[in-house]
Design a protein around this ligand. Structure first.
Ligand code: BGC
Length: 418
């Protein structure tokens, strides 16, 4: 499966060389991204239309695959071929890696003119500004420790919003007994890891999460609390349907939307799918933090890296970066995407209840020291360590390791990768 995806991705990359030449010839932008689900495409349209309104052409380069692994494979092929796209969706440590390789254009002039230093939160600046140079434009802030629930399904089964692991497992039992799939999930490594973000935070607590995934402390990676986190993953595995393997995340969201399943643990891009299906928070669906993580936020921020096209940043790249950070765009885009603004000075007035909660949670977590980069989405460590953790989490989820073995493998895999 993986090698098939890679081959397809690379073939696609090579056939789009023509697309990029076309973008340059027309002075537009070529944008590589992985926003291909219904909700994601709706959000991307907000950006496309904004630029087209300014007369800037848009060449779309979508590479399907949640979490962006396939998109990054295509990107590497394009850069190696000397044909980097103008702007590329990127996450956390990947952005730093590209900047260190000297592939990204200098956005300092745009950032200074637009006052980015004052309005973009420090947590994002650490991934957007490398060695004093702005290299990418933050689009949003997502977070991974959310649960999405079908309200009618919960009500029909006498389930209130669970606030602890015990309440959550009791709810899963009730749904199972009623013949409803308790948890909608797609068995892909990045989705397993996304669930693990919340589960690990709930058991390890904020200090333990930081020690394990950000500081890579072997004692915590290999400790008793980590074993407990894997035990909880095994409980979750027992509550997914038998067709979970390989399912795309948005199809899992659709199971909750349609009432086939009760819950999904997924980042707030899932909200974009509910909205795209005409569903209303509080009325049709519920959003809440994974039980035991009410105060914490494990975040990931989408950014557009501007690839150096030879020379200084192009007018189109500057226009794209300016459009992305404009307060009106930050509101309009994030309302649709499910994320929250990448600026601290945007009003929450246009956001629904989940969006308002997302904004309030982020601000509270930032000021109480409870905001952490998501391990699953490249904000805790570079890709080599992230992938090493993915492999162990997925092998355990698929029953290849028991929890004790998983903990030992985690310590080994991380020590080799770091
Ligand atoms: C990105 C989101 C995207 C999700 C699923 C995450 O890594 O940050 O913008 O919607 O992957 O594709």
């Amino acid at each position: 499966m993986r090698s098939y995806l890679k081959t397809t991705a690379i073939a696609l990359a090579l056939t789009t060389a023509a697309g990029s030449a076309q973008a340059d010839a027309h002075g537009g932008v070529e944008v590589l991204h992985w926003w291909t689900s219904g909700g994601e495409a709706a959000a991307l349209n907000v950006l496309k239309e904004d630029l087209e309104g300014q007369g800037i052409g848009w060449t779309d380069m979508p590479v399907a695959g949640g979490g962006g692994e396939q998109a990054m494979t295509v990107l590497r092929a394009r850069v190696t071929a000397g044909n980097a796209p103008t702007a590329v969706q990127g996450l956390g440590f990947d952005i730093i890696d590209w900047a260190k390789q000297g592939s990204l254009a200098d956005l300092n002039a745009v950032a200074a003119a637009e006052g980015w230093d004052d309005v973009i939160p420090a947590a994002l600046q650490q991934f957007a500004k490398v060695d004093g140079k702005w290299v990418s434009a933050p689009v949003n802030v997502h977070s991974t420790n959310w649960v999405w629930a079908n309200k009618a399904v919960l009500e029909a089964n006498g389930i209130a919003e669970p606030t602890s692991w015990e309440e959550f497992t009791a709810a899963l039992e009730k749904l199972k007994a009623a013949g409803v799939t308790p948890i909608a999930h797609g068995g892909q490594a990045w989705q397993d890891a996304t669930v693990f973000d919340g589960v690990a935070m709930s058991v390890l607590g904020p200090d333990g999460y930081k020690a394990a995934f950000i500081d890579l402390d072997e004692e915590v990676l290999g400790g008793g609390a980590m074993k407990e986190a894997f035990d909880r993953m095994a409980v979750i595995r027992d509550n997914v349907d038998e067709n979970f393997s390989g399912r795309d995340w948005n199809l899992a969201t659709a199971m909750v939307i349609n009432g086939e399943a009760g819950f999904q643990m997924m980042g707030d891009w899932a909200k974009g799918e509910f909205l795209n299906a005409g569903k209303v928070p509080g009325q049709d669906f519920l959003c809440f933090r994974f039980p035991g993580t009410a105060e914490q936020v494990t975040f990931n921020a989408d950014q557009f890296m501007m690839f150096d096209q030879g020379g200084s940043v192009s007018d189109e790249q500057a226009a794209l970066a300016t459009a992305i950070l404009s307060p009106s765009f930050q509101s309009a885009f994030n309302v649709v995407k499910g994320s929250v603004p990448a600026r601290t000075d945007v009003s929450d007035a246009a956001f629904d209840d989940c969006g308002k909660k997302g904004m309030a949670d982020l601000a509270a977590a930032a000021s109480s020291g409870n905001l952490f980069g998501s391990m699953a989405h490249g904000h805790a460590n570079p890709a080599s360590v992230k992938n090493a953790i993915y492999d162990v989490v997925t092998a355990h989820f698929n029953g290849e390791y028991d929890s004790e073995t998983a903990v030992a493998e985690l310590v080994d895999a991380v020590s080799i990768a770091k």
